[in-house]
Write a protein that binds this ligand. Structure first.
Ligand code: JHZ
Ligand code: SAH
Length: 405
């Protein structure tokens, strides 16, 4: 039986996706012959309530100098992080004497706002190619993995942080205790650690199984984060639900006893208990629910193929690697995937080898149906394509169930 990454108790997996490739390993023809895979299972620890991947590839397999995800590809997300940054400045009264650290700053989508406002900041970003884009925006970046040792070296060179921020990064890191020890050391007495990640409650309610892939080691809840913070003499003082990435939660953590705990925390934990997230039964039907989506989607794609329809996909997301590989979606069902990210273009999707083509060719391809892999950006994308999609063309979505729009 696997051992919990947080409390070391044994737990049982509740869903098994089989062998999976690295979600962001978009491959050239040569690389396609030598793909790394790992066994992807997810379990729930009854002792500390943490939902987690049983096995995870080494971090260097995922985060390196050719990392394929660039945060700034979505205009909606650019605005989201601008509003996020300004809310932190207001909460902590930040000024030119303050210090902000972001863990996993990627291309600088969040920190660029602090640079504009002349608030001193530092990004930690191990994937060198995306870090370089952040540097071009005038952001100071350390290209290493954050952990307790790195936190100590930041304190020695800079000062304690008034705000430590992180978005869609904490759930990527298996060595949580070293992270929290580092946060505890780096945080000023009245500092805040604010992070957001895809929310377990949304994943269970919507069966958004494609949030599960190599990079996502944990699916957090207020219950599990409150417990983890406590283990490190820290305290969960606020939670705010976000609509980003299909439903996320923003958690605010402070030194224990220093700041008032918001009613939001108590209310959210009550909600989670009502939903049963603290009981293994909540996870018992998940695998069957995923298989129902698989059966419906595959049936639809085969029907469309038999009718001679042209079906393509939109957004070569990390999430789509779970969908295509678990469902067995090959180029015979989906011709290609269109995406705006240059590093993914003219390569093949991990495992199923669906060609990824430049977005510029999407309109001329004249599809009948478009499978929206970037369903979390549905509002932004459907709005952008509304004129093009109006003539007898249809979107297909599959979270929470298969639908033709
Ligand atoms: P998107 C990544 O997940 C990986 P992914 C990571 N593990 C994570 O947690 C989240 O991000 C934060 C393209 N696109 O955001 C760009 C268009 O082509 O759903 C991207 O390749 N046109 C860190 O990969 C993809 O779609 C558009 O108009 O699942 C979107 O990827 C837009 C808006 C996007 O994240
Ligand atoms: N914050 C951005 C980027 C998310 S992508 C956003 O929300 O869009 C996840 C990033 O975390 C990657 O760029 C990856 O290189 C980085 N990362 C992974 N492990 C890390 C660690 N231990 N310390 C700092 N960054 C890490």
């Amino acid at each position: 039986m696997p051992k919990c990454l947080i409390c070391e108790k044994n737990y049982q997996p509740f869903v098994n996706f089989g062998e999976m490739p690295i979600a962001n390993a978009f491959a050239t023809k040569e690389e396609m012959n030598n793909e790394y895979t790992f066994s992807m299972k997810v379990g729930y620890c009854e002792s500390c309530n943490m939902v987690q991947l049983v096995e995870q590839p080494d971090r260097e397999q995922m985060f390196h100098d050719n990392y394929a995800f660039f945060s700034s590809t979505s205009n909606y997300m650019q605005n989201h992080f601008k509003v996020f940054a300004h809310s932190v400045s207001k909460l902590q009264n930040l000024d030119k004497k303050s210090f902000v650290v972001e863990i996993g700053c990627n291309d600088g989508i969040m920190l660029q706002n602090f640079v504009t406002d002349k608030i001193p900041c530092l990004g930690i970003e191990p994937s060198k190619n995306v870090a370089e884009v952040a540097r071009e925006k005038g952001i100071e970046v350390i290209t290493e993995f954050f952990d307790q040792n790195l936190a100590e070296s930041i304190i020695a060179k800079h000062q304690k942080a008034d705000a430590i921020l992180s978005a869609n990064v904490m759930c990527h890191i298996p060595y949580m205790h070293s992270i929290y020890d580092g946060i505890k050391a780096l945080l000023a007495d009245d500092g805040v650690f604010i992070f957001e990640d895809p929310y377990l409650g949304d994943v269970i309610e919507k069966t958004s199984f494609d949030q599960i892939y190599d990079e996502h080691v944990f699916l957090f809840s207020a219950i599990s984060i409150s417990h983890l913070a406590n283990m490190h003499d820290l305290e969960l003082i606020n939670v705010e639900h976000q609509i980003t990435h299909g439903g996320s939660m923003r958690y605010t953590i402070a030194n224990k006893g220093v700041k008032k705990v918001s009613e939001n925390v108590i209310n959210r934990i009550k909600k989670e208990r009502k939903l049963g997230l603290h009981n293994s039964e909540a996870y018992s039907s998940f695998a069957n629910d995923v298989d129902q989506i698989r059966d419906d989607l595959i049936k639809l794609l085969i029907t469309l193929k038999n009718e001679g329809k042209k079906v393509v996909a939109y957004g070569a997301t990390s999430k789509s690697t779970t969908v295509t590989n678990y469902f067995g979606i090959t180029p015979s069902l989906i011709e290609c995937i269109y995406d705006t990210t240059p590093i993914k273009q003219n390569k093949y999707s991990p495992g199923m080898h669906i060609p990824v083509l430049p977005y510029e060719q999407f309109h001329e391809s004249n599809p009948d149906y478009v499978l929206l892999f970037a369903w979390n950006h549905a509002v932004e994308i459907m709005n952008k394509e509304k004129d093009f999609m109006s003539n007898d063309k249809h979107w297909i979505t599959y979270i929470p169930k298969v639908e033709i729009n």
